[in-house]
Write a protein that binds this ligand. Sequence first.
Ligand code: NDP
Length: 339
Amino acid sequence: MFGLIGHLTSLEHAQAVARDLGYPEYADQGLDFWCSAPPQIVDEIRVTSITGQVIEGRYVESCFLPEMLASRRIKAATRKIVNAMAHAQKHGINITALGGFSSIIFENFNLESVSHVRNVMLDFKRFTTGNTHTAYIIARQIEQAAPKLGINLSQATVAVCGATGDIGSAVCRWLNQRTDVQELLLVARNQERLEALQDELGRGKILALDEAMPQADIIVWVASMPKGMEIDPNVLRQPCLLIDGGYPKNLGTKIQQDGVIVLNGGIVEHSLDIDWNIMRIVNMDVPARQLFACFAESMLLEFEKWHTNFSWGRNRITVEKMEQIGEVSVKHGFRPLLV
Ligand code: NDP
């Protein structure tokens, strides 16, 4: 059995969902209540591969909310993640994806040092960040969506915002090794990590976001921001492809400008309907078929019986591993979202 650990995008979202799902006692509560709410299994899932194989899974709501980070309730945030992991393990789930901020909190607060949660000894082999598949899907979205917009990669400048992150650095490696993209712009805040990435790639210009945006034909947003930011579409090139891979979204506003296309980054579409409710709750456009690529990674690991932490740690994703997960992604009927 596979598992997905997820969370909602804001307190307001959580209150609306609680009302919708018939938990009125959660719906009127503030952040303090969510800080103490335990994890819950809220969905049972069946996925059919195009090979005919069928697998079962569970969705674990961690009750983490991004406002916990913004308001420095770090202890509550970290407790949410390890409690959700223990809950998944206790329920016999073999491989579970740490969705959204779960893996970021796990890494940033060194939760690998938490080996016990009450009577459960966490077995990290049963968890995956799902970031290898996410990075692969974003890379394929770049390769497949750019030509549709008339952007030729060999003449294109690609800015990666969040370049030094786990997903951002993997996308940079893919673009560097697998494409002939003309220029790579590396955007993040920590200069030392940017320089280390530039050394590793042997290329790439380090720029601030406001310098990079007007120069880029393609902008990949994979910064771990608890809240989306506003950008002025007038500074963008035309055409410009914006791929927003953040959860919550990195872009705060819907951009409606001729020649500027915004694509939901790191989202896959399955060839067959999935029997579940959870993607309706996170407002996916086609909830029976569309899902986060990190969640799809745990499904792929279950289909292949690779019960191991395929994506783990930070900035270790190789192009070879992206190709490996990409191959089974195609085999089981997943494809990158392109509209
Ligand atoms: P990491 O924490 O590994 O990396 C985040 C990157 O963003 C770093 O380069 C960081 O560098 C940069 N960053 C953070 N804040 C800012 C800022 N304000 N301005 C510019 N850069 C910033 O995150 P991941 O790579 O694991 O995840 C990235 C995003 O992808 C997250 O939003 C996550 O929720 C989402 N995601 C989506 C998935 C999907 O299936 N679609 C799956 C998993 C994650 P620095 O701190 O130096 O600025």
